[in-house]
Ligand binder design. Structure first.
Ligand SMILES: Nc1ncnc2c1ncn2[C@@H]1O[C@H](COP(=O)(O)OP(=O)(O)OP(=O)(O)O)[C@@H](O)[C@H]1O
Ligand SMILES: [Mg+2]
Length: 321
């Protein structure tokens, strides 16, 4: 059985044995337990997470897939300690995440790079803040830029890099302080299909070298199956895990494997979980959302302020809207 649904809503699913490869001890296990979160406005409440639970084993790659608005980005923010849940807990190797935490790094869909700094200076920024001596910063930056194929672009500013290069730079920066867990929010969604496939391969090579535990949010079933050990499927909002599909594709992986029966079976199992999460339902839910004064963008802004998530910028990509 290669693509059975493994876990459902409620308590976290059983731990995965972890993926092969990677530097021993680099990745940590992350456990998400019964997360509930609602955004509250003056008159309305938007339930976004409704009992989300799952575990990611040390050095595992878990893909998270779900319809628009199901709470995936919110979930990553909670996991990274940027948003406090109403209920539930996030732990890394058993230690709670209570706020921004250097054990985790979060990369957003739109890389939050510092435009006035070169690629190298962007990668060095977290090391500067951490007080590393310049020589150590330079050595680590060179290593990271080499790892993501940007060594020749060390002096280039983000505006002169392609979208894909910027995304790689953001990932390199996220890896600067050697996080145990890397949270990636649709990092490749803006790339064309071929580039995206190449980036998926590169991400796996990077993962093999660093051994970092990865949680990857994606809308692409193919990407999820190619990259992940398991794929967690989220329901429409309020989000909860409706199933976890294991992908028993041997590693190291190559795009040629995408034609295999294992991939088709896993993809079919994911599709079956997503079947009830069509855009129509989301449209219906949006149509039922509160209207009138206090609705729309202003309402969301007010809600964000009330939830204590006023806009702030963090060079590591830790940014709340
Ligand atoms: N700061 C906020 N204040 C109020 N509502 C918010 C806030 N952030 C997100 N939301 C709402 O919460 C819901 C979940 O948003 P989220 O961005 O987590 O979804 P998502 O699954 O990442 O969607 P997508 O696939 O489109 O990226 C949406 O209805 C969104 O409008
Ligand atoms: Mg999102």
């Amino acid at each position: 059985m290669s693509a059975a649904v493994q876990g459902t809503r409620g308590a976290g699913s059983s731990a995965h044995p972890g993926a092969a490869g990677g530097r021993p001890g680099a990745g940590a296990g992350i456990r998400i337990t019964d997360l509930h979160l609602a955004f509250r406005g003056p008159t309305t409440t938007l339930d976004v997470l409704d009992g989300v639970s799952f575990e990611v084993a040390p050095r595992e790659v878990l893909a998270l897939i779900g319809p628009n608005g199901s709470g995936k980005s919110t979930l990553l923010r909670v996991a990274a300690g940027l948003l406090r849940p109403d209920r539930g807990q996030v732990t890394i190797d058993g230690q709670p995440v209570d706020g921004p935490d250097s054990r985790l790094a979060l990369v957003f869909q739109e890389p939050r790079l510092l435009p006035w700094r070169s690629a190298e200076e962007n990668v060095r920024f977290p090391m500067e803040l951490a007080g590393w001596p310049p020589a150590r910063q330079a050595a680590r930056a060179a290593e990271l830029l080499g790892m993501v194929g940007l060594r020749d672009f060390a002096a280039t500013r983000p505006a002169h890099l392609s979208g894909g290069m910027r995304q790689r730079l953001a990932i390199a920066r996220a890896l600067a302080l050697e996080p145990s867990v890397l949270l990636l929010d649709e990092p490749f969604s803006a790339l064309d299909a071929l580039t995206r496939e190449r980036f998926n391969v590169e991400l796996l090579r990077l993962w093999e070298r660093t051994g970092t535990t990865i949680v990857l949010v994606t809308h692409s079933i193919t990407e999820a199956v190619f990259v992940a050990d398991r794929v967690a499927v989220l329901s429409p909002r309020p989000g909860h895990v409706v199933g976890i599909v294991p992908v028993e594709l041997p590693r190291p992986r190559s795009p040629a494997q995408l034609d295999s029966a294992i991939v088709s079976r896993a993809a079919a199992a994911i599709r079956a979980q997503l079947v009830d999460t069509t855009d129509d339902q989301i449209t219906l839910r949006e149509a039922m959302a509160p209207s009138g004064p206090g609705s729309g963008a202003a309402w969301i802004r007010e809600t964000a302020a009330e939830a204590g998530t006023a806009a702030w910028f963090d060079p590591f990509g830790h940014e709340a809207d």
